[in-house]
Design a protein around this ligand. Structure first.
Ligand code: NAP
Ligand code: GCO
Length: 253
């Protein structure tokens, strides 16, 4: 098989929450594979900095500042991208948050914030983008799940529920949109050192538990997620849809 099937030249990729962390790493990897990158986040300065970093590396980058929990703002932003940048060929629903509190003490408003950011947004952004992909009869969507799509641990139950939802939403989207030539898959990262996990990284006991609980014996490196994203976004995965690819050092096994 030619490695050209992994190339993304001539395609445009929107990654939500790509001004930092996993989303930033995945978007850079898609751009290095040839895609035009669209950086998203709520903070315009962070988005501008992330886009500038891509341009300094000689990569094509545009900025799209919007809150993925706002369905109307999302629709407006997607219409603007399609009009001003061009067709969105690849969508990665990555934006997400974590809140840690024992369930019996978990505030209802925080539950809503976690579900809105991690789950509702995947529906909002995917629906806005898929309307255009359907007319073109092609597209690739990747939803960022988690090992928490399969496993649970204390104090992060709302997050776990949200990521279980993202797993099944991924499968449902694959079923509804396969006839339109749209492939929908998930990536389930293990534990990675990002801002979202800063408190865990600083906790030597927890970090030691992660290393012991992970067959490869360590936290993941952000660039170790890029291969899975490029594969699932590319023609190399032309017959792959509804699949959750765990990049977790073996934790879910
Ligand atoms: P992060 O470092 O905190 O980055 C989160 C990104 O999402 C930021 O760019 C943030 O920018 C953006 N964001 C947050 N809320 C948003 C909203 N409402 N609208 C638009 N953008 C928003 O987190 P991360 O660790 O990279 O996590 C990214 C995704 O990976 C999440 O879905 C998370 O659940 C998942 N994940 C992470 C790990 C891990 O080990 N880190 C493992 C498995 C899955 P602004 O705040 O400026 O908007
Ligand atoms: C936690 C972490 C996890 C990871 C990730 C693992 O508190 O256990 O935040 O939820 O971020 O989701 O896949």
């Amino acid at each position: 098989m030619s490695l050209a099937r992994f190339k993304l030249d001539g395609r445009t990729a929107l990654v939500t929450g790509s001004s930092a962390g996993i989303g930033q790493a995945i978007l850079r990897g898609l751009a290095e594979a040839g895609a035009t990158a669209i950086v998203n986040g709520r903070d315009k300065d962070k988005v501008a900095k992330a886009a500038a970093d891509l341009r300094v590396a000689g990569l094509k980058a545009h900025e799209a500042v919007f809150d993925v929990t706002d369905a109307a703002a999302t629709r407006t932003a997607v219409e603007r991208i399609e009009r001003e940048v061009g067709p969105i060929d690849i969508l990665v629903n990555n934006a997400g948050i974590q809140r840690r509190t024992p369930l019996e003490d978990f505030p209802e408003e925080t539950w809503r914030e976690v579900i809105a950011t991690n789950l509702d947004s995947v529906f909002y952004v995917s629906k806005a983008v898929a309307r255009h992909m359907i007319t073109r009869k092609r597209g690739a969507i990747i939803n960022i799940c988690s090992v928490m799509s399969e496993l649970a641990r204390p104090t992060v139950v709302p997050y776990t529920a949200s990521k279980g939802g993202v797993k099944m939403l991924t499968k449902g989207m694959a079923i509804d949109w396969g006839r339109h030539g749209i492939r929908v898959n998930g990536i389930g990262p293990g534990y990675f050192k990002t801002e979202l996990n800063a408190a865990l990284v600083a906790d030597a006991k927890f970090s030691g538990w992660i290393e012991g609980r992970t067959p490869l014996g360590r936290w993941g490196n952000l660039d170790e997620l890029v291969g899975a994203a490029v594969f699932l976004a590319s023609d190399a995965a032309s017959f792959v849809t509804g699949h959750i690819l765990y990049v977790d050092g073996g934790m879910t096994s």
